[in-house]
Design a protein. Structure first.
Length: 301
């Protein structure tokens, strides 16, 4: 259902921000927004404010927090969680300790979700109103395993880089499985997501009467909507047990396994803005893709 307006906020009650909150009921939203959290309450509050602006979409919010104290004890975060509940959203906050790395955080969230679609959203991303609706429409119409909105660094709007746009290629028709883009021209698509490249590409693109277009990607960070069944069929983030806690690139490995079986795409325009604050992932001793020895087979697609 769309968000309740301010005329209806006084009628909204949906539980408390703790790990004992109930799971979304059967027949609940088709979309869960999954937020892995560690520190940075100011950035999280902005991210939640962006979600509150998605008034045309129906979704629940699940947080997995590893902060000390819990990030929802910060008043700015509390205020935004209260607003989301007043809008009629289901909001569930989990503690997930000890820290075992981002892959485990993501798998934890996936295991606690019951929705058909799951959006993995980093806690330092603001979404333009309407972005969730575009992502869901794109995922459903394309048949892809995932569709993502690559985050844009708007401080780079004056830094135009046409030499990094050469690999831009639209999908025409359904999104299809692809070889894992770990090398060659397909791998060079990663440059599309530097700086504000997608904002510049979108400004030069003729959308005709369409609200969005889909393009081929190497991978997408920070804001990716998955078909939950397809993500699970490709193994999800179960590989977390093979990684030390100090790792990076877990999203890349998961996406490559989904791309190989079901295909993946990027959304244009993106609608996602990176807040450009410092990352909390400072130890990157292992890249998850080092585990890749060919795509893992998790059954027939």
């Amino acid at each position: 259902m769309p968000a309740r307006t301010s005329a209806q906020w006084g009628a909204a009650t949906n539980g408390t921000p703790d790990e004992h909150a109930p799971l979304p009921p059967v027949g609940g939203p088709d979309l869960d927004v999954l937020l892995p959290c560690f520190e940075r309450p100011a950035e999280l509050a902005v991210t939640l404010a962006g979600l509150a602006g998605q008034t045309d979409a129906d979704f629940a919010v699940l947080l997995s927090d590893q902060s000390s104290p819990p990030v929802w004890e910060d008043q700015t975060v509390t205020s935004m969680l209260t607003l989301l509940r007043a809008q009629g959203r289901i909001v569930i906050c989990h503690r997930n300790l000890p820290q075992r790395g981002l892959a485990q955080q993501r798998q934890f969230l996936l295991e606690h979700s019951v929705a058909a679609h799951v959006l993995f959203l980093d806690s330092d991303v603001w979404l333009e109103p309407g972005t969730l609706t575009r992502l869901q429409e794109a995922l459903t119409s394309s048949g892809a395993g995932f569709v993502g909105s690559a985050v844009q660094g708007l401080s780079y709007l004056d830094d135009v880089r046409p030499e990094e746009w050469r690999s831009f290629e639209l999908w025409e028709g359904p999104v299809e499985p692809e070889p894992i883009p770990d090398s060659g021209p397909a791998h060079e698509r990663w440059q599309l997501h530097n700086a504000a490249n997608l904002a510049h590409i979108a400004a030069r693109t003729d959308f005709g009467d369409r609200d969005f277009l889909l393009y081929r990607v190497a991978w997408i960070g920070a804001c990716v909507l998955y078909d939950a069944a397809k993500l699970r069929a490709a193994g999800g983030f179960e590989f977390w047990e093979d990684l030390p806690p100090e790792h990076a690139g877990e999203d890349v490995l998961a996406q490559w396994q989904v791309m190989h079986r079901f295909g993946g795409a990027g959304l244009l325009p993106s609608g996602a803005v990176h807040l450009e604050t410092d990352t909390t992932i400072t130890e990157r001793g292992t890249e998850a893709i080092e585990l890749l020895d060919g795509p893992r087979d998790h059954g027939a697609s």
